[in-house]
Design a protein around this ligand. Structure first.
Ligand code: NAP
Ligand code: GLV
Length: 306
């Protein structure tokens, strides 16, 4: 068996070693143009040339949850594209989003600013029923985040393509459910996959439907959000703030206004990192299953785009 590794921006050696340990008899190599044909690919944002050259693949394993970069390529029909199925990401995402929600709700940024000036000042307690959180996307990450937020007794609602039932979460679905979902939310968390249907989904008219004093947390992809519309709604006062982990251009360019905006917190696409050992174990298990003719979870539906 031959496995080709083609992951942009990823240090290859530890992955190659982990995959070799999992498959001692296999050839596991970093891809370069003209490399021998492989049976399986382990990829992150590969170039089209990789897909065009590797014509014998029996499976393409993405070392992330989001497959938008792969879906933008011309892929061979019938070759399964497999996303990471959690692999340690959902707990990280729950930590990050709960932290952002609680930091906003408990005004911890304000307390830090006070402490920096040596001020011992109280703020009036806020009522959590006044801070309903809406989670867009109730998949592997969104469901975990919704459940975690519900543990803190925030009112939580979720929105997905198909109807879902999650204890403690009011679920909305489909285009017809979007406006009611937004109107019921003050804090909005985006955990959608990036597809033609979800591109620019956080724009002026949708964000304006959030309750006054709304707060945006984008942990999915930068292209879900129309940057200028967010800034306009922050500056008008309709929105109180935003925590953004993902951007249209990454790294976020130095001159981008998000860096300096007083109501925006920026982090460098770090809310749920790919954990190498967990990911290698998961991918190795799935390659073994495919080799044995067994079904695997996490196969992307190209028609849905996720
Ligand atoms: P997932 O399991 O595929 O779940 C996607 C959810 O979005 C599902 O609930 C799906 O609805 C819903 N959805 C898709 N299209 C929709 C539409 N048009 N309208 C309404 N709902 C729609 O994805 P995941 O694993 O939770 O990950 C979500 C995204 O997070 C990834 O695609 C990736 O871009 C991003 N991500 C970011 C980081 C980071 O570090 N910032 C890390 C990992 C992932 P159904 O339930 O009906 O299918
Ligand atoms: C990270 O953004 C991922 O999609 O896993």
């Amino acid at each position: 068996m031959r496995i080709s590794f083609c992951c942009t921006g990823t240090k290859a050696q530890p992955w190659l070693e982990g995959l070799r340990d999992a498959f001692p008899g296999a050839e596991v190599e970093t891809w370069s143009a003209g490399a021998p044909l492989a049976d399986y690919a382990v990829v992150w944002t590969p170039p089209q040339q990789f897909i065009d050259e590797q014509t014998q693949l029996k499976g393409i394993f993405n070392i992330g949850a989001g497959v938008d970069a792969l879906m933008a390529l011309r892929l061979p029909p019938g070759v399964p594209v497999v996303r990471l199925d959690d692999a340690g990401m959902s707990v990280q995402m729950a930590e990050y989003v709960c932290h952002a929600v609680i930091r906003h709700f408990r005004e911890l940024g304000g307390y830090e600013a006070d402490a920096a000036e040596g001020k011992w000042t109280y703020r009036k307690p806020r009522m959590r029923q006044d801070f309903p959180v809406g989670v867009m996307g109730l998949g592997i990450l969104g469901e975990r985040v919704s459940r975690a937020l519900a543990q803190f007794e925030f009112p939580v609602q979720g929105w997905s393509r198909s109807a879902r039932t999650i204890p403690g979460v009011q679920c909305f679905s489909g285009e017809s459910g979007l406006n009611d979902f937004l109107a019921a939310s003050r804090i909005l968390v985006c955990l959608l996959p990036l597809t033609p249907d979800t591109d620019n989904i956080m724009r002026h008219d949708t964000l304006a439907r959030l309750q006054p004093g709304g707060y945006v947390i984008n942990v999915a992809r930068g292209s879900h959000l129309v940057d200028d519309d967010l800034i306009a709604l922050l500056d008008s006062g309709h929105l109180a703030g935003a925590t953004l982990d993902v951007f249209r251009t990454e790294p976020l360019p130095a001159a981008h206004p998000f860096w300096q905006h007083s109501k925006i917190t920026v982090t460098p696409h770090t809310s749920a990192r790919t954990l190498r050992d967990e990911s290698i174990a998961q991918i190795a298990g799935k390659i073994a299953a495919l080799q044995g003719g067994q079904p695997v979870s996490g196969i992307v539906d190209p028609a849905r785009g996720y």
